[in-house]
Ligand binder design. Structure first.
Ligand code: DON
Length: 535
C-alpha cells in the first residue's frame, strides 16, 4: 500500500498492527528507535512466521547524524559442535538444523531491543511494550493470509512432526476472531517489567531451559546468561553520490550488496541505457551475483571467530579486477567463478524515519516461517531454526542453497552467517532511502535491486517494491529465480543464453525513500500484508 509524499516521518512495516503501533509512538513524540522497539515486540505477537522474541536480527540505526549497528544474531549453544547435524556416514541430516528442539540458536532479539533502547531510546521501555502486551492478551484479528499460512504449516507439522508442537498453540486461529496468546502476554509483561534480566536469567530463561532439558535440547542457563548483543560498525561505502550504510558480518548482506553496487558502478557503461528487467540487464545482475556469492561462500562468517577480510573484499582495486570477470555476452562458467582474494522463507524487515531525520532499518528472523515450529511451553514464544544458516558440512547447501566452509562452520557461541541486509542510503547528511527485506539469500538481491530501481530507474517507492525482481546466487548453476512479470522476450533471450528460469516469488520489501520534491514516500509490497504510512 502506498503512502503520501512531502511529510516528515514514515514507517514501512510488514503488517498493519506494527505500522499503527510504530506510527503512534512517533506521533506521541518517540524517536525512530522507540518506534522500532515497539514494532519489534508487536511483530512477535502478530507476525508469528517471523516476528519474534525467540530469534535474532540486526538493527541499523542513524541517529543524530551518526550511524550505528546492533547485532543481536542468535549464537550456537555451548554444547554445539561442528558435526552435530551429520549422520554416521558423515552426511547432513537435512531436517535436524531446520525443525525441532536442536534447530535453535540462543535467541538475541530481547537483548537487541534492550541495547538499542538503552543507547538511543527516549520513551520508557515499559510503555514501548504496551501495544504488544495488549495484542497478546486481548487478541488481534489475524489477516486471512496469516490464517492460511498457519493452517498450511499445521498440516505439514501433522504429516511429519519432526518434534514440533506449533499446532498446540496456533490451531484454531481464525480470520474473524481475536487470537489471544496468554502465555506470550505473560512473558512480555515480565520482559516489560524486568528487561533482559527476565529473558536471560529469570523466569523466562528457566521456562526455556527446562523445556530444552525435557526434550533433549542444548540451550542451558549458562548459554542464556552469556548472551550479549554486539555494537558493530556498519558497512559504509560511497556509490553514485550516495553513502550506503548496511549490515557488517556476521551478515554477508552488506558486503555482497556493496560489492555488487561497486561492480555495477565499475561497469556503468554496460548498464547505461539498458531497459529495466531486459534480458541483458538481468544477465549482468546474475554475473555480479555469481562473483558476490562466490566470495560469500569462502570468506564470510562470524567475525568474532573468523577473520572476515572486509577491507580487501571492498577495496577499489579488487572490485575493479572482479568486475573485469563479468562476461557481458554469455554466462560465466559456474565452475570457474571462484572467490577472488586468494591469489594476491521467514524473516521480516521494517523501516522507520522520524521527524528529526533519524532512521532505523531492521531485519529480524526466526529463519524459516514459524522457525523451528517449537513453542516454549509456558512462555508461549516460537523458537528459531537459525542453526541451518551455519554450513553443516563444507559444500553442502543449506535450505537457501547457500554453501560455506570453515568461515561458517558450527562452533560453540558462534553466530551463523546471515544474508539479512538492513540498509540506509544517505545523500549528504540526509536519509534518502531505508530498505530491507526477508528471503534468505534472496534478501541481498531484493535490497540491491530496490536501490537500483530507485537510483538508476527513478522509481517511486511503490514501484521500487513492486517491480519484478530476479535472484541468482552462483549455485544452483545458472538458475535465475524471478517474480512474475518479466517480459516474454527477456525470458526467451535468457533461456537462449543458457539460463534456467524459476518463477517463484521471494522477499517483502519495506521501503522509505525521498522523492524529487524532498518529501518522504513509503511502500510495502502489494503481494504481502504490509502497511506503510507517511505523516
Ligand atoms: O539470516 C538469514 O540470512 C536467514 N536466516 C534469513 C531467513 C529469511 O529471510 C527467511 N525469509 N523468508
Amino acid at each position: 500500500m502506498a503512502a503520501h509524499a512531502n511529510e516528515q516521518a514514515a514507517v514501512a512495516m510488514p503488517d498493519s498492527y506494527s505500522a499503527d503501533a510504530a506510527a503512534a509512538v512517533l506521533q506521541s513524540g518517540g524517536n525512530a528507535v522507540d518506534a522500532a522497539v515497539t514494532a519489534g515486540f508487536v511483530l512477535a505477537v502478530t507476525l508469528p512466521e517471523a516476528g519474534n522474541i525467540g530469534g535474532g536480527g540486526f538493527m541499523l540505526i542513524r541517529h543524530k547524524g551518526k550511524a550505528d549497528f546492533v547485532d543481536y544474531r542468535e549464537k550456537a549453544p555451548l554444547q554445539a559442535h561442528k558435526d552435530m547435524y551429520l549422520d554416521e556416514q558423515g552426511n547432513v541430516i537435512t531436517e535436524k538444523p531446520l525443525y525441532g528442539i536442536l534447530a535453535s540458536g540462543v535467541p538475541g532479539s530481547v537483548m537487541g531491543m534492550w541495547e538499542a533502547h538503552q543507547k538511543y531510546g527516549s520513551k520508557p521501555w515499559q510503555e514501548l511494550l504496551e501495544p504488544a502486551i495488549r495484542l497478546a492478551e486481548q487478541g488481534f484479528l489475524p489477516h486471512e493470509k496469516l490464517v492460511r499460512s498457519t493452517q498450511g504449516y499445521i498440516k505439514r507439522v501433522r504429516q511429519n512432526r519432526h518434534g514440533r508442537n506449533f499446532d498446540q498453540y496456533f490451531d484454531g486461529m481464525q480470520a474473524d476472531k481475536p487470537f489471544k496468546q496468554p502465555e506470550l502476554a505473560a512473558t512480555l509483561k515480565r520482559i516489560a517489567a524486568q528487561g533482559p534480566k527476565d529473558f536471560y536469567q529469570g523466569q523466562t530463561a528457566k521456562l526455556l531451559v527446562e523445556f530444552m532439558r525435557q526434550r533433549g535440547g542444548l540451550i542451558n542457563m549458562e548459554d542464556m546468561a552469556k548472551y550479549r548483543a554486539v555494537w558493530r560498525q556498519p558497512i559504509s561505502a560511497d556509490w553514485q553520490g550516495y553513502q550506503v550504510l548496511s549490515a557488517p558480518p556476521p551478515s554477508s548482506g552488506g558486503l555482497v550488496l556493496v560489492q555488487m553496487l561497486k561492480m555495477q558502478a565499475e561497469l556503468a557503461n554496460q548498464f547505461n541505457g539498458l531497459e529495466h528487467n531486459s534480458a541483458q540487464y538481468i544477465h549482468l545482475l546474475a554475473e555480479l551475483a555469481k562473483l558476490g556469492f562466490a566470495d560469500r561462500a569462502e570468506y564470510m562468517g562470524d567475525p568474532d571467530f573468523y577473520q572476515v577480510p572486509v577491507t580487501p573484499l571492498l577495496a577499489d582495486a579488487y572490485i575493479e579486477q572482479r568486475a573485469k570477470q563479468v562476461n557481458p555476452t554469455a554466462i560465466s562458467n559456474t565452475d570457474e567463478v571462484k572467490p577472488g582474494l586468494k591469489e594476491s522463507e521467514d524473516t521480516t524487515h521494517y523501516s522507520v524515519v522520524d521527524k528529526w531525520g533519524n532512521a532505523v532499518s531492521t531485519t529480524t528472523t526466526i529463519n524459516l516461517s514459524f522457525g523451528s515450529g517449537v513453542v516454549v511451553d509456558g512462555a508461549g514464544f516460537i523458537l528459531n531454526n537459525e542453526m541451518d544458516d551455519f554450513s553443516a558440512k563444507p559444500g553442502v547447501p543449506n535450505f537457501f542453497g547457500a554453501v560455506g566452509k570453515e568461515a561458517n562452520e558450527i562452533a560453540p557461541q558462534k553466530r551463523m552467517l546471515s544474508s539479512m541486509t538492513p540498509t540506509i542510503l544517505l545523500k549528504g547528511d540526509k536519509v534518502e532511502m531505508v530498505t530491507g527485506s526477508p528471503g534468505g539469500t534472496t534478501i541481498i538481491s531484493s535490497v540491491f535491486q530496490s536501490i537500483l530501481n530507485r537510483v538508476l530507474f527513478d522509481m517511486n517507492a511503490q514501484e521500487v517494491v513492486d517491480a519484478p525482481r530476479i535472484h541468482h546466487q552462483l549455485l544452483p548453476k545458472d538458475v535465475i529465480r524471478h517474480h512474475s512479470g518479466l517480459s516474454e522476450g527477456a525470458k526467451k533471450r535468457l533461456e537462449d543464453m543458457g539460463y534456467s528460469l524459476n518463477n517463484q516469488r521471494f522477499g517483502d520489501l519495506q521501503v522509505i525513500s525521498r522523492n524529487p520534491l524532498g518529501g518522504l514516500e513509503a511502500a510495502s509490497e502489494t503481494s504481502g500484508r504490509g502497511k506503510s504510512l507517511v505523516f
